[in-house]
Design a protein around this ligand. Structure first.
Ligand code: PMP
Length: 408
């Protein structure tokens, strides 16, 4: 008797929990995998999909990791991270954001993705809602569903959420509001006044928690640096959890190190969950993060200069394709292209429900250009490009994409 097939026959749909029906593979990784397959077959693809810096981790960070390994720093650490990394995180917040946290208000995890996911998992009751402004980072929805919650969406009438829209969108079940600025996928950066106005609206709902995802804080092309909502609205301190990490600022995506700072009770619950699931992140990555956070800033400046030039290149290419609107990204390394007009004016994608999905598939197959459909971020008819790649790829890829969109 084969036990596994017997159980399967008895409970064909019971092997995976119902809530997982909404937790699917990321379309972004699917696209990246398809590009890799094509490249392995010798096809040259201009990929504008990358969600990570195309730079190397700074040498002094790598040296610190090697030193840690050689000196035996290769064991389990405290769940919330070593004292050294917690101290470096606290100093970073103080120095760069003007935010003061005590030791029991900070922790590190395997990427900011894990800390955000832990925060949702330890706070959501079944059916609780997490409010996301559209377009949103796709991973939030999967994390919310996996934690038993339900994402709720607020679609700004302009390109950014107003206090009035936020007020109207918060319902009786709203447990969290997630704010990501600078934003993936739009590159939008909220100004100080806009954040103050959102703070006003949030003040009216003391039961709502706020997740401020600041992973792209260093990548901005505005003269003033993005402000942290918590710095502007210190009275919301008991309700704001700040998430950040070294992935984007220090080109350290593979090191898997993120951190969170906020209310001690939530941090404690997140650490308890992490203690029973993954423990603290790699001891080597923690040592590298201490070097990154405490070290020189030149690598960040150099990367930002390069991204800034590429952002300008994107806008310059956009100008020669007037049929497509591209709101100027002021931060991160993404741009959203509004192809709605091109799709409705053309023949190929006009009658398709999610034209961006069909377009991106067709674009990769026929033009060998890869981009991510906006539907993934709640914005059908749009396409996201990443400019975390070299200028030649941006120039060739984006020009072909825009020409194809307008001619389709
Ligand atoms: N937040 C946003 C908005 C992101 O785009 C990403 C990475 N794509 C993350 C968080 C997670 O980064 P990590 O887990 O590498 O810290």
């Amino acid at each position: 008797m084969n036990m596994i097939s017997d159980i399967k026959a008895l409970h064909p749909q019971k092997r995976v929990a119902d809530r997982m029906a909404m937790v699917t593979t990321s379309k972004i990784y699917e696209a990246i995998a398809k590009v890799a397959d094509m490249q392995a077959q010798g096809i040259k693809v201009d990929s504008l999909t990358a969600g990570e810096p195309d730079f190397d981790t700074p040498a002094h960070v790598i040296d610190a990791a090697i030193k840690a390994m050689r000196e035996g720093d290769t064991h389990y650490t405290a769940v919330r991270g070593t004292l050294a990394v917690r101290e470096a995180v606290r100093q970073k917040f103080l120095r760069e954001n003007g935010l003061s946290f005590s030791d029991d208000e900070v922790m590190v995890g395997n990427g900011s993705k894990q800390v955000i996911s832990n925060a949702l998992a330890v706070t959501l009751e079944p059916g609780d809602e997490v409010l996301l402004p559209v377009p949103y980072w796709a991973a939030y929805t999967g994390m919310v569903y996996a934690a038993g919650g339900v994402p709720a969406f607020v679609r700004p009438s302009g390109d950014r959420l107003t206090a009035q829209e936020l007020r109207a969108a918060m319902g009786p079940r709203t447990r969290w509001f997630i704010l990501n600025t600078p934003s993936n996928p739009s590159g939008l950066v909220y100004t100080k006044d806009e954040l103050l106005a959102l703070g006003e609206a949030l003040r009216e709902r003391p039961d709502v928690l706020i997740l401020s995802d600041e992973i792209y804080e260093h990548l901005h092309y505005t003269p003033e640096r993005p402000e942290s909502l918590l710095k502007l609205c210190p009275d919301l301190a008991g309700r704001i959890l700040v998430a950040n990490g070294v992935s984007k600022a220090f080109a350290m995506t593979g090191w898997r190190l993120g951190f969170a700072a906020g209310p001690a009770d939530i941090i404690e619950a997140m650490a308890n969950l992490q203690a029973q699931t993954t423990l603290g992140p790699s001891s080597i990555s923690q040592a590298a993060t201490v070097a990154a956070l405490n070290g020189p800033r030149e690598s960040i400046d150099n990367m930002v200069t390069a991204y800034h030039r590429r952002r300008d290149l994107v806008m310059q290419i956009a100008k020669s394709h007037p049929g497509v609107k591209i709101p100027r990204p002021d931060g991160a390394f993404y741009a959203m292209l509004d192809l709605n007009e091109a799709f409705s004016g053309g023949t190929r994608f006009r009658k398709i429900a999610e034209p961006d999905m069909a377009f991106c598939e067709w674009l990769l197959a026929t033009q060998h250009v890869a981009a991510v459909p906006g539907s993934v971020f709640g914005a059908p008819g749009w396409v996201r490009i990443s400019f975390a790649t070299d200028e030649k790829t941006i120039e060739q890829g984006l020009s072909r994409l825009l020409t194809a969109a307008v001619q389709s």
